[in-house]
Design a protein around this ligand. Structure first.
Ligand code: NAD
Length: 490
């Protein structure tokens, strides 16, 4: 069940790196190496891109009727659903996510394949008619899609890219995150059994700066969909410029959760805590800055702190666990550094801030609430990506909006108020790609997903994903005599 060896998957075969190199993969509970994974480099990426190109140029995949591809995607979804418990167990072991939440993520992955099967069957194109001419759109898959994914909810985030790429008729080279390669290694069997032809789906494992960078630099890959840190996204954009690649960038966040005094405070507290503490706080859309109207601020801090102190931290495999182990000791050290920074900057530690006494080993942190956080503090500005939340008071709607927008990020925002007019005003004024009003992070798969400012470029989700993985071409046809100026005729 837990693999000891993780290989690339190229042209329908599990293969080691051409130079034999591997890297160690640890689990977040013991921090011991449990598997060695193939460490891909340029030659492995080249082999995978070659396989994907052959499958694209010579294979049936891009030319199949949408219904045919949809049938295969639905079979992938069926397999993920029937193996959901196994996928969740492996994901939990590899990432430290609480198993109940990993189960939800596996179900969501299946839903992504099913959803994009529906989208591609329903796909239709525009036609334009005017006297003497009609135009119609021809949509073609873009080619080999390079997909680079992060370690938080890896299996679900991979499906977020693989499903629309395959639905569109692209072939794929996936580079999973090096800290969490395990669950991706279940995909080859699922794909093959579902009927995905050889070479259509390929995986190259490896370190980002080696395997990921080689995929971005490869001239045979016309588009890269990347999810990860903003700084990595900047490196990728620079490299992709050499070949003018299509880019989709889903990057970091420091999303605000604005709570006005007239809000349903019970619901707001439930949502704010779930939003930042679920998935161990390793969630791009985490509402990691709670902005609270001053009249309710003291009581809110007290209630948030009391609830945070009761969140169940424990082994990821225990179904009672609400916050598990952070993914990797390096990340754990980084999050713990931010806790120190917050204390040194003068923020008030209202809850957590240390390893729970009952958990001597593993990457555990008690859910942490910092109060009296000011915008100048690094913990207000920088993405921590752990179970740590900052709380800041505001006195007016204008100040709330200013605080919300006072970071370089703009991924998500959450807004709690019972004033309808204010809800619409603030939703329009907050700089975020996605805003939820009186609700937590419930996604409708048809809607655009992505961030503004340093949180990303482009949108995925629904039709936006299909637009990314395809090229729309216009064909103009004369339906009558066209007037053409007669150059050189007089
Ligand atoms: P990361 O940027 O370190 O790594 C992401 C992926 O990029 C990994 O597969 C890595 O190997 C690869 N990579 C690293 N350097 C590379 C390079 N030079 N060239 C090509 N590939 C390279 O991010 P992470 O630490 O794995 O993930 C956490 C980050 O992801 C957080 O910032 C989080 O907010 C963000 N995230 C964003 C979204 C979103 O949709 N906006 C979703 C999930 C996570």
């Amino acid at each position: 069940m837990i693999p000891e060896q993780i290989l690339h998957y190229i042209s329908g075969r599990h293969v080691p790196s051409l130079d034999g190199r591997t890297f160690g993969v640890t689990d977040p509970v013991t921090n011991q190496v449990y598997a060695r994974a193939a460490a891909g480099g340029p030659a492995d990426v080249d082999a995978a891109v070659m396989a994907a190109r052959i499958a694209f140029e010579a294979g049936p995949w891009p030319h199949l009727a949408a219904r045919q591809r949809a049938k295969i995607l639905n079979r992938i979804a069926d397999a993920i659903e029937s193996r959901g418990a196994e996928i969740a167990e492996l994901e939990t072991f590899d990432t430290g996510l609480p198993v109940t939440q990993a189960k939800g993520q596996a179900a969501r992955a299946a839903e992504n394949y099913r959803y994009f099967a529906d989208v591609i069957v329903a796909q239709h194109e525009e036609a334009f008619s005017q006297p003497g001419q009609v135009g119609y759109v021809l949509r073609k898959p873009a080619g080999v899609a390079g997909l680079i994914t992060p370690w938080n909810t890896p299996f679900m985030l991979e499906s977020w890219k693989v499903a629309p790429a395959l639905a569109s008729g692209c072939t794929v080279v996936l580079k999973p995150a090096e800290w969490t390669p395990a669950s991706a290694s279940l995909l080859p069997e699922i794909m093959t059994e579902a009927g995905v032809p050889e070479g259509v789906f390929n995986i190259v494992h490896g370190i980002g700066e080696e395997a990921g960078a080689a995929l971005v630099a490869h001239p045979g890959v016309p588009l890269i969909s990347f999810t990860g840190e903003t700084t990595t996204g900047q490196v990728i954009m620079r490299s992709a410029a050499d070949h003018l690649k299509g880019l989709s960038m889903e990057l970091g966040g420091k999303s605000p959760c604005l709570i006005f005094a007239d809000a349903d405070l019970d619901a707001a507290i439930d949502s704010a805590l779930f939003g930042v503490m679920s998935l161990n706080g390793e969630r791009c859309t985490a509402g990691s800055r709670i902005l609270a109207e001053r009249s309710v601020y003291p009581a809110l801090v007290e209630r948030l702190a009391a609830r945070a102190a009761r969140i169940v931290v424990g082994p990821p495999s225990d179904p009672r666990t609400e916050v598990g182990a952070l993914v990797h000791p390096e990340h754990y050290a980084r999050v713990m550094d931010y806790v120190d920074i917050g204390v040194k900057e003068g923020a008030r530690l209202a809850a957590g801030g240390a390893r729970p006494a009952s958990l001597a080993d593993g990457n555990y942190l008690a859910p942490t609430v910092f109060a009296d956080v000011t915008p100048k503090m690094r913990i207000f500005q920088e993405e921590i990506f752990g179970p740590v939340v900052c709380v800041t008071p505001f006195d007016s709607e204008e100040e709330a909006v200013c605080l919300a927008n006072d970071t370089r990020y703009g991924l998500a925002a959450y807004l709690w108020t019972s004033d309808l007019r204010r809800a619409h005003r603030v939703a329009a004024a907050v700089e975020s790609g996605m805003t939820w009003v009186n609700s937590h992070n419930v996604r409708d798969l048809r809607t655009p997903f992505g961030g503004v400012k340093a949180s990303g470029l482009g949108r995925e989700g629904g039709q936006h994903s299909i637009d990314f993985y395809t090229e729309s071409r216009i064909v103009h046809v004369a339906t009558g005599d066209t007037h053409v100026p007669k150059f050189g005729a007089s």
